[in-house]
Design a protein around this ligand. Structure first.
Ligand SMILES: [Zn+2]
Length: 186
């Protein structure tokens, strides 16, 4: 099984999905420094700010970064789950995101012909700021209304489903398993 079951290209959502359910227990995929840098490495493709130099800095401060990141993850999960249940969480999220960005202002960089936000603070604050920019983007693009939880009751992964047709986090992880279970019970 892959180390991180769902990488969507949204840093905030991907952070929330670093917790999964296994045999009724929550499994945390970011437990230590290696997990943290592996997760960031997996996100590198869509967050060009995350380069080798940044990963090295994160490694040195991983203890503090992990603590902050887990608190932020709990807050985001609560908000996203509320969004799944039809609540409007944008005000709560905007307020928190703006505070985190204030703590680490962003500049811009041109990378591969695209303009990207580029935080200019310490690595703890800059990671929170990058995630916060993603939260604001999710709100700007009105994506939270399409947030769903996997239909497997044993799974806690969240995803955005604009088509209204997607049931599972992935066919491989839950869809096939649930279909096979239903087939056995028929
Ligand atoms: Zn699932």
């Amino acid at each position: 099984m892959e180390k991180f079951p769902l990488i969507s290209g949204h840093l905030a959502l991907d952070l929330v999905n670093t917790q999964t359910m296994s045999h009724g227990k929550i499994r945390d995929h970011i437990l230590n420094e290696t997990d943290l840098t592996d997760w960031l490495f997996a996100s590198k493709g869509y967050v060009p700010f995350i380069d080798d130099h940044y990963l090295e800095k994160i490694r040195k401060e991983s203890f503090a970064v992990l603590d902050d990141l887990k608190n932020y993850r709990s807050f985001l999960r609560k908000c996203f789950e509320d969004a799944v249940n039809g609540r409007d969480v944008s005000e709560r999220l905007v307020k928190c995101s703006e505070q985190k960005i204030d703590a680490c202002p962003l500049t811009l960089r041109m990378i591969s012909q695209h303009i990207h936000p580029y935080p200019v603070g310490g690595c703890r604050e800059s990671l929170a700021a990058l995630i916060s920019v993603d939260v604001l983007k999710l709100i700007e693009d009105d994506q939270l209304r399409f947030m769903k939880c996997c239909a497997n009751p044993e799974c806690m992964l969240l995803f955005i489903d604009r088509t209204g047709k997607r049931k599972w986090c992935s066919m491989k992880r839950c869809g096939n398993r649930m279909k096979a279970a239903r087939y056995r019970n028929e």
